[in-house]
Design a protein around this ligand. Sequence first.
Ligand SMILES: Nc1ncnc2c1ncn2[C@@H]1O[C@H](COP(=O)(O)OP(=O)(O)OP(=O)(O)O)[C@@H](O)[C@H]1O
Ligand SMILES: [Mg+2]
Length: 236
Amino acid sequence: MLEIKNLSYNVDEKDAQKDILKNVSLTFEDNKIYVITGPNGSGKSTLVKLIMGLLKASDGQILFDGKDITNLAINERANLGISYAFQQPVTFKGLKVRDLLDIASGEKNNVDKLCEYLSTVGLCAKDYINRPLDDKLSGGELKRIELAMVLARKTKVNIFDEPEAGIDLWSFDNLTNIFSSLNNCNIIVSHQKKILDIADEIILIKNGQLIAQGKPEEIYPLLEGNTCHRLRGENG
Ligand SMILES: Nc1ncnc2c1ncn2[C@@H]1O[C@H](COP(=O)(O)OP(=O)(O)OP(=O)(O)O)[C@@H](O)[C@H]1O
Ligand SMILES: [Mg+2]
């Protein structure tokens, strides 16, 4: 179980301090799918980066299975069992797809196993296992490879920041099936209804604050409200 308590993140701007995340407290239980949603710039990526340790919290606490991980480095959190897939995947010069999957799973995989990981994310293994992880891969291909890497790690907590970005609509059902089949705690940042639909709980973030948390049917009316406000050009 992952718990965040009164988590805040602020940065120094010219004259004042800017609060990007304000006093957010949440509990993420095992074997559940949490989808974090909210307007662009509301603090969703910041929240998940704080959980992974990519950013350092200004205030508050993060507990993982009761252990305080607030001051642990990224690799220490990864070793405890937290995985993270970026909104914009990173490339690794000199590394091939198969190397990445071997590193992720912590063992040398045979072709059948590599094929299993890659076909789960809709890639034909023989075309990809020896491909270098460079910018010649398309955005969608990189997203899928990153997803395969998270699958190979088999960690307790998986964080995905907008996994749907760049994935063609035809593959969407497969993507949601992958999340539904993962037996651990999945925290997914998304704007997509099809992903919101598979959530056990939706977490709504707005202006750096936790606005609501609940089952999709409880949260959907609030999202419709948000859209109307934004379409009408109102603030907030
Ligand atoms: N280091 C920083 N300095 C100043 N502002 C920052 C910094 N990092 C993030 N921000 C701002 O904090 C806000 C939240 O950013 P964040 O990336 O968490 O948004 P998001 O909810 O993930 O948005 P999106 O849906 O567009 O991905 C944004 O307005 C962003 O510009
Ligand atoms: Mg984001």
